[in-house]
Design a protein around this ligand. Structure first.
Ligand code: GAL
Length: 686
């Protein structure tokens, strides 16, 4: 095992795909990389076909030897791919059944990428052979710093419904349940005459006449994520054997629904992320921040790698907006402010051919005279000056609870409302926390909560006894818990807890839910808050009974009128808040403000266009201020005593932050994002 991957400087670079270019370009590439301050590249991600031209052909490493030699001579470190991301066409002539099958029975064809069935033995041994060859060839290469395993597992193919996967599913279920009676009980197969007598009767939840058994669907998600993880581990095993000294990563996609990264992260030496906020979305950076906080938390608070982003437009949205001048820099600095120690792009040189030729690169088609190239060079120089950040952590007192299994369960069909979707709910709560000036960690249901003053749970539809016990103990010990609607409904088998929802937390909340009132599209239900504010909910409302809690808001409409809509309850040394509706961000922020203040956590009122963070080491604390507003200057009041990062100059506490401007201000004492206040701005604080 390695000791992780902790660069002492910020890494800068991108995916490098030299197989798309003739050798003379490689030399120019290295020269230009040096000019831009590139010190790290991800190499060979899609090189399988070039490295192994046929099933019986000898490996073709000559060109890669040359490229790696050039990079090394240029002082550029290599994140070497295992090259397994896109199997070559010949593999499917050899193994036609290694092509994955969709839910409705279609076997996918050659011509794109990421075409593979994770369970196919022929494919798996081809992967092992390739990884063994690449690792063996370059184990001692002086430029090799990190292994890049495959690429974005689950991006295109996260589940395969073929018979081989069906067989693996049954093996997985046997391990989980031991005997068929236990499975029948867990899946509730007494319903609709679904009882199984033999393991062989069980199939993947393929297209069926109507809703497939929900517990079967949930286990299928778990299995599919684990099956991909097995593929990752297949590669990692070979790498650890041949190069135990070289750390390993695979690039995550943030909130990729079908892959439970909590299970994956512990198997890597460093966590890495690909992030593509939409430049056309003025609040795209808020979602990006949530992803950055996710990966930092997945890595246990260690610094992480932004493995891919775009310098400008991507090619895969319906309309692909470019990043206006300055936005690429700001996006990149935001990742650093949230804990990244690498700023990397897809890709170094924009392609001439293929499906991604309209995707931006560090070096655009236009070349050195492009503004993107000028911005790329300027950012490379700037990152060198931000080196102190490469070793700092991101202190937080507030955690947001997230759970992939809950996401899966909530969005399984046949629910009271199809409108309750996991990510929009999570994003609203996260944005509310950011608007209150909070740095946020993500935590998992049965994880350690002891380091936090407040734990925010936007939704925990699926709650295990272990997780409920964890939350209960947190509040008992003095923690402040905020729980969103439709929580604590089912256990890990999608079975409902009886006697009033949420069955396992009724005493903690001092309240319980009797029934749900899903709202029609466009409909609203009035709510009056304790501060006199009239507001409303869309989508969802609940009939909440108080059994010890006090109401902070009441419904004013329909047959819920007069009933509690938000509750607060003292339990043990702490407090628990419950929101019995799918509220908008402003109302969520109102509850969170109250909970945070009760927990002794200071709050501020910040516009979402401002990304404020703090990075800390033992004796240095850096406030990061990024103005994502495209046209407005923000007028800020900072704590006294700030200095320019990397300089001795004082920073006056009254600071104007121009559109798309970033500032890094260093303090000798701890500071928090909530120490920043907007003085006068045309932007209304949230
Ligand atoms: C990523 C992928 C890259 C490239 C990029 C385009 O998902 O890893 O190979 O396709 O998207 O935005």
């Amino acid at each position: 095992m390695t000791n992780g991957f902790k660069p002492d400087q910020l890494l800068y670079g991108g995916d490098y795909n030299p197989e798309q270019w003739p050798p003379e370009i490689w030399r120019e590439d290295v020269r230009l990389m040096q000019e831009a301050g590139v010190n790290f590249v991800s190499l060979g991600i899609f090189s399988w076909a070039k490295l192994q031209p046929g099933p019986d052909a000898a490996f073709n490493f000559g060109w890669l030897d040359e490229v790696m030699g050039l990079l090394h001579a240029g002082g550029i470190g290599i994140n070497l791919a295992t090259a397994t991301a896109s199997p070559p066409p010949w593999l499917f002539v050899q193994f036609p059944d290694a092509r994955p099958v969709t839910w409705d029975g279609v076997r996918l064809e050659v011509g794109g990428r990421q075409l593979y069935c994770p369970s196919h033995q022929g494919f798996r041994s081809a992967v092992q052979t390739l990884v063994r060859a690449v690792a063996g060839r370059y184990s001692d290469h002086p430029a090799l710093r990190l292994w890049h395993v495959n690429n974005e597992y689950g991006c295109h193919i996260s589940e395969c419904f073929c018979d081989l996967c069906g067989e693996q599913f049954r093996v997985w279920l046997r391990e989980r349940y031991g005997d068929i009676a236990t499975l029948n009980a867990a899946w509730g197969t007494a319903f609709w005459s679904q009882q199984y007598g033999e393991w062989a009767e069980i199939q993947p939840p393929r297209q069926a006449p109507t809703y497939a058994n929900p517990a079967q669907q949930l286990d299928w998600r778990r299995f599919s994520s684990d099956n991909l993880l097995g593929l990752f581990e297949l590669e990692v095993e070979v790498l650890r054997e041949i190069t135990p000294q070289v750390p390993v990563t695979t690039n995550f996609l943030g909130f990729l629904k079908n892959v439970d990264y909590v299970k994956w992260a512990g198997r890597e030496d460093v966590v890495s992320l690909d992030a593509y906020p939409d430049p056309a979305d003025p609040l795209g950076h808020v979602e990006a921040a949530l992803q950055y906080d996710l990966v930092r938390s997945l890595g246990g608070g260690q610094r992480w790698l932004l493995m891919e982003q775009a310098t400008s437009a991507v090619n895969w949205r319906t309309r692909n907006a470019p990043k206006r001048p300055g936005l690429m820099r700001l996006d990149s600095l935001q990742a650093v402010a949230h804990g990244a120690s690498a700023v990397m792009y897809f890709q170094w040189r924009a392609s001439r051919a293929g499906a991604e030729k309209y995707h931006s690169g560090m070096l655009p088609h236009v070349g050195e005279k492009s503004r993107t190239w000028q911005e790329v060079k300027a950012l490379g120089a700037e990152l060198r000056g931000l080196r102190p950040l490469a070793q700092m952590g991101v202190p937080t007192r507030v955690a947001l609870l997230f759970n992939w299994e809950n996401w899966w369960a909530l969005e399984i069909d046949s629910k009271p409302s199809a409108d309750l979707r996991q990510m929009p709910i999570v994003l609203k709560y996260y944005a509310a926390l950011r608007s209150l000036g909070q740095s946020v960690d993500l935590v998992w249901p049965e994880g350690d909560l002891s380091g936090y003053d407040a734990v925010i749970v936007p939704n925990a539809y699926l709650l295990t006894a272990g997780a409920a016990g964890n939350l209960r103990a947190f509040v008992q010990r003095g923690g402040h818990l905020v729980l969103g609607a439709f929580s604590g409904i089912v256990d890990e088998h999608e079975q409902i807890g009886l006697g009033g929802y949420p069955a396992m937390l009724r005493d903690v909340l001092g309240a319980w839910v009797e029934e749900w009132l899903p709202l029609a599209p466009g409909a609203t239900l009035g709510v009056r808050r304790e501060d006199g504010q009239e507001t409303q909910t869309r989508t969802w409302a609940e009939k909440l009974h108080l059994s010890g809690a006090q109401a902070l808001a009441h419904f004013t409409g329909d047959y819920l009128a007069g009933g509690a809509a938000i509750s607060e309850h003292a339990f043990g040394q702490g407090r628990a808040y419950y929101l019995a509706a799918d509220f908008e961000r402003e109302d969520i922020a109102w509850v969170l403000r109250r909970a945070l203040l009760a927990a002794g956590v200071a709050v501020s009122d910040l516009p979402l266009e401002l990304d404020v963070g703090v990075s800390s080491s033992q004796d240095s604390h850096v406030l990061t201020l990024l103005n994502f507003h495209r046209t407005e200057t923000l007028h800020l009041q900072l704590p006294e005593g700030g200095h320019e990062l990397g300089g001795a100059g004082n920073v006056a506490p009254r600071l104007d932050l121009a559109p798309l401007e970033a500032r890094f201000v260093r303090y000798d004492r701890p500071v928090a994002p909530s120490d920043v206040h907007v003085v006068t701005s045309e932007l209304a604080p949230v």
